[in-house]
Design a protein around this ligand. Structure first.
Ligand SMILES: [Zn+2]
Ligand SMILES: [Zn+2]
Length: 256
């Protein structure tokens, strides 16, 4: 399993961090988790063209996570790069209604004429793709939100929280994960309801017994703080402050 942080930022513009997006390589498929503003250009900077997105997964319907869903559908219609291969889109309850509304707004410019578009709401469900198991759980975020737990065929586990506050469900979702990509919106002093801080992200990592904690979804103010030291108060494992285009590989150990 290969994971690339495409955008480690939020809805507040930052030169350093693009809005929310994480790219997972699942087998030979490109799976994009969240697509905030500018995602297609950011993906391109890592060599992934929009027509090569196979699967889209959304954590929730806030614009810093889903705004470029319409842009992806729009780009699929522009010659000569007209999309031919199917596009699978998964997300929380309300995804289908969201799609209906953007189609009503933008009309034919978003219609999937040349390819198959499959939408599925998978909140609190389990899904099998290319030998990977994908489990979702409703977490604690204003306006809803769900996190993803991705288990590779060999058993390695990656978790992506999307937006959430500290909650039992986040701990459960992250249980024994090899890598937890957790949102970390604000430093402790500026804690906002429905979001994590370094300490609360670290608390989830600690209680869930994860190996590696990677922080993402950081508002610009976070860049003025020592986030690692703040995390160390609650978590003894490896801590990484995510940066755009940072890559992780979860390899299965071969037992001889
Ligand atoms: Zn949100
Ligand atoms: Zn957000």
């Amino acid at each position: 399993m290969e994971i690339t942080l495409i955008g480690t930022g939020t809805g507040t513009p930052s030169i350093r961090r693009n809005p929310a997006c994480v790219l997972f390589r699942l087998g030979d498929k490109n799976a994009v988790f969240d697509s905030g503003p500018g995602t297609l250009r950011s993906l391109l900077s890592t060599g992934v063209e929009h027509k090569n997105i196979d699967l889209l997964f959304y954590t929730h319907l806030h614009l810093d996570h889903i705004s470029d869903f319409s842009v992806i559908l729009f780009a699929a219609k522009i010659p000569p790069e007209i999309r031919k291969n199917p596009l699978y889109v998964y997300g929380p309850t309300g995804l289908k209604d969201y799609h209906k509304k953007i189609k009503a707004l933008y009309g034919d410019t978003l219609s999937a004429d040349s390819y198959k578009l499959i939408l599925e709401e998978i909140e609190n469900k389990e899904l099998g793709i290319e030998g990977f198991t994908i489990l979702t759980k409703t977490l604690e975020h204003h306006g809803g939100g769900m996190g993803y737990r991705i288990t590779a065929p060999g058993g390695k586990i990656a978790v992506y929280t999307g937006d959430t506050d500290y909650c039992e469900a986040a701990v459960e979702l992250s249980r024994d994960a090899d890598i937890l990509i957790a949102e970390c919106s604000f430093p402790e002093e500026m804690k906002m309801k429905g979001h994590l801080t370094p300490e609360s992200a670290a608390r989830i990592a600690n209680e869930a017994g994860v190996k590696k904690l990677v922080l993402t979804h950081m508002y610009p103010i976070c860049d003025n703080y020592d986030l690692v030291s703040a995390c160390e108060k609650a978590f003894k494992g490896e801590i990484i402050v995510g940066e755009d285009r940072m890559k992780f590989e979860l390899k299965q150990e071969v037992l001889l």
